[in-house]
Design a protein. Structure first.
Length: 169
C-alpha cells in the first residue's frame, strides 16, 4: 500500500536482516507522505497493526476501498494527485528523490526461517531472565510515593539497628 503512494519500496535504504525484522516488530513503519488521502492512510495504518487480530478483514478492506476509490462523490484521490503534482513541480517529490536501494535489500520471496529462529532465540533468552517484583517499577506509579514517610521509616530502621548493635556490645 505504501509503495503505491510513494513509488518507492519500503525500507529500501537499509539491509533486510534480523535488525530490520526486530525494528518492524517494535513498530517501525515507513513514513507516510503528506499527499496520501486520509482514508487510505487510516486503512494502511490499520493493516500495519502489530496485532493481527486488530487488522481489518478483507471484507472491511473492500468496503473502505469502495468508499475511498469507487464512490464518485469522493474526490480525495483527485486532490491527492494535484498535491503530488505540486510537490513534484516544486522538486520536493519525484524519481530523483527516491533513495538508492541498499545492496542487501531483498524484495523477492524467500524463507525467513533462519531470521525467525534467531529472533526466537533472542526473545527466549530475554524471557528466561528472572525478575523479582521489585526489580522494576513503572515511572508513572512513582508519583504517589510519600518521601517524608519513606525517610521516616528509613530513620526508624537505622535507629533500631543501632540500638540492637549497642545492646550486643
Amino acid at each position: 500500500m505504501w509503495e503505491l503512494t510513494t513509488g518507492c519500496k519500503p525500507f529500501a535504504n537499509v539491509e533486510h536482516d534480523i535488525h530490520l525484522i526486530i525494528k518492524i516488530i517494535d513498530g517501525a513503519r515507513p513514513e507516510i507522505t503528506e499527499d496520501t488521502p486520509e482514508c487510505y492512510t487510516n486503512l494502511m495504518k490499520s493493516c500495519w497493526d502489530s496485532d493481527p487480530k486488530k487488522r481489518p478483514s478483507i471484507s472491511v478492506i473492500k468496503d473502505i476501498c469502495y468508499t475511498c476509490f469507487v464512490n464518485s462523490t469522493n474526490r480525495l484521490f483527485d486532490q491527492a494527485d494535484l498535491k503530488r503534482n505540486m510537490l513534484i513541480d516544486s522538486n520536493k517529490l519525484g524519481p530523483k528523490f527516491s533513495e538508492k536501494s541498499h545492496p542487501k535489500a531483498i524484495y523477492t520471496s524467500r524463507s525467513l526461517n533462519s531470521y525467525i529462529s534467531k529472533c526466537s532465540s533472542i526473545f527466549s533468552k530475554c524471557s528466561s531472565i528472572k525478575f523479582s517484583s521489585n526489580d522494576y517499577i513503572s515511572k508513572e506509579l512513582k508519583f504517589d510515593i510519600e518521601t517524608e514517610s519513606s525517610e521516616s521509616n528509613r530513620l526508624d530502621s537505622l535507629r533500631t539497628k543501632r540500638n540492637i548493635e549497642e545492646s550486643n556490645i
